[in-house]
Design a protein around this ligand. Structure first.
Ligand SMILES: Nc1ncnc2c1ncn2[C@@H]1O[C@H](COP(=O)(O)OP(=O)(O)OP(=O)(O)O)[C@@H](O)[C@H]1O
Length: 293
């Protein structure tokens, strides 16, 4: 239990009983409304008369990590692309930090959002340095030269993802896990508010799946990612958004969203959900013998 003492008009001290420690707290931070990173209002997207996304409502608070889960073809990538400004022609509204996405230029969107896609093929034989350097473009005039700070930023970002030694290697020669980490390094120097990753754990072994997600979480950004592994989703995301047939079926924490009955209905397989014995989050087991899709 914490007891707050008002000491001056500009500072508060919090006495924490358990630790007996005193911490100075900015009074402006007390009762401060949570900042909105993203707000999606009645979003629908139709292509060739097929309604891919239907009336999506979603709010993401600054600093939250959110996982989109759901079966193949549910609409997870489509929704991520709309949010990242990569998909035009939708109905409804998307707000980034309370500003309408439609009112922002491509550069302004790039200053707010970094997108790491599932597919990372490059048509050219670029070095790791070239790929990471692209992250600088969001915050530089188009024809500006690199300066010494840019060089350091690239080195620091590569250090963060543990791949400084690969700086001059060809991007194409890296493993899938290394490529994902390089793309995260590129996102880091883009210094966005929101990091969006579309199935970042695809093709990665379990070690790199954990590494990528814990790295992304450590960046302290608002993180939105799609993922098929429900246990990883429950371990790394504060909020899960279950999507099926273009609609949000449920959103909330793992306890709310991951119920056996709901997962069975959506994935069409018998299912058991229990607290994970060792990790935070849930253990989800599907059994054969579903009703068919
Ligand atoms: N540009 C497009 N033109 C036509 N159909 C599209 C287009 N983009 C997506 N779709 C369709 O929209 C549906 C949702 O696709 P989306 O990639 O968003 O699903 P997903 O949930 O990410 O699936 P997965 O888990 O398989 O990656 C699919 O039926 C897909 O074929």
């Amino acid at each position: 239990m914490q007891i707050a003492f008002l000491l001056t008009q500009t500072s508060l001290l919090l006495l924490t009983h358990e630790t007996n420690s005193l911490q100075t707290v900015d009074p402006m931070a007390v009762n401060k409304p949570l900042q909105s990173a993203l707000h999606v209002q009645q979003l629908s997207w139709t292509v060739a008369e097929h309604r891919i996304l239907k009336n999506i409502d979603l709010s993401v608070t600054q600093g939250d990590s959110v996982a989109f889960i759901g079966p193949n073809g549910a609409g997870k990538t489509s929704l991520l692309k709309c949010i990242a400004g990569l998909q035009q022609g939708y109905q409804g509204k998307i707000f980034l930090q309370n500003e309408s996405l439609e009112a922002l230029s491509t550069r302004q969107v790039a200053q707010r959002i970094a997108f790491v896609s599932q597919h990372q093929d490059t048509p050219f034989d670029l070095t790791v340095n070239d790929i990471v350097r692209m992250g600088l473009l969001a915050n530089k005039p188009l024809l500006a030269f690199d300066d010494i700070n840019d060089d350091e930023k690239i080195a620091d970002a590569l250090h963060l993802v543990g791949l400084k030694h690969k700086r001059w290697d060809s991007f194409k020669t890296l493993s899938g896990g290394e490529q994902q980490r390089i793309l995260i390094a590129r996102s880091v120097i883009q210094s966005p508010n929101v990091l969006i990753m579309d199935e970042p754990t695809n093709h990665l072994d379990i070690y790199y799946q954990h590494q990528i997600l814990s790295l992304a979480k450590k960046l302290d950004l608002t993180l939105i990612f799609s993922i098929h592994n429900l246990e990883l989703a429950s371990q790394y995301a504060d909020t899960l958004v279950l999507i099926d047939q273009g609609q949000i079926v449920e959103q909330g924490n793992a306890d709310t969203v991951l119920t056996a009955e709901r997962l069975e209905r959506v994935f069409k397989l018998p299912c058991q959900v229990e607290p994970h014995p060792t990790n935070p989050g849930k253990r989800v087991t599907f059994f054969s013998g579903g009703t068919g899709r």
